[in-house]
Design a protein around this ligand. Sequence first.
Ligand code: XBP
Ligand code: MG
Length: 247
Amino acid sequence: MVFDVDGTLVDSERHGHRVAFNRAFVEFSLPDHWDEVTYGRLLRTTGGQRRIDGWLAARGVSEDERRRLVPALHARKTEIIRELIRDGAIQARPGATRLVAELAEAGIRLAVATTGSRGWVEQVLATALPDTRFEVVVGGEDVANRKPDPEAFLGALKGLRLGPGEAVAIEDSAEGLAAAKAAGLTTVVIVNAYTADHDVAPGDLVLDDFGTVEVPAHVVADPHHTGCAGVLDLAILRTVHGAVWST
Ligand code: XBP
Ligand code: MG
């Protein structure tokens, strides 16, 4: 099983990364500030450095200046997000802990394919999902091309020594879904408030949460007719995967 991190396993963008980027802007005496709506739009550019660079370029900051500024800003942003994680600002999404525990119990091997930086990814996994061991972690620095390029997912499959027919991806965004699909993976999409309007039609099952028995998720799309009632569990994952590979 190959999981995305930001927006999928953890609710990290609005009150995590966005806050860290804004604090870094203040510390660097920059006038920039990303409000919640603006940040949702900027999320379509994956990777923090690319996101800052595109933003500064759009407001006319020269390439020379950006080459100097962007890595320094991003390094400081990474330190700040680490502090936020340490202070408990980033939690697992509801139902994520339940699902990874069920998978681990069943002996399913777990991996992560993320565009985020290793500087905080392993820390957030250890903090938000402390009882779960991810055998392979492919982060932003491990790839030349970030999502929607499939490189992160292909790296995770390679690390697990599995083919695409032997794993399932879980994503939250159109860019992540495109990356997982380009790697040949069955992909379940768990949208969130930022990605609810993304075009996730190629997803093999789309929910708005992992769901719990008490509070089931809304089933947005179930193209393989799994009959999922709003709780993503191993049985549903097996049904989706079986349907994809039998067609
Ligand atoms: C996540 C990202 C990352 C995070 C910030 O995308 O695009 O850039 O927003 O992390 P995905 P960094 O969930 O598709 O992997 O600042 O470390 O890049
Ligand atoms: Mg994501």
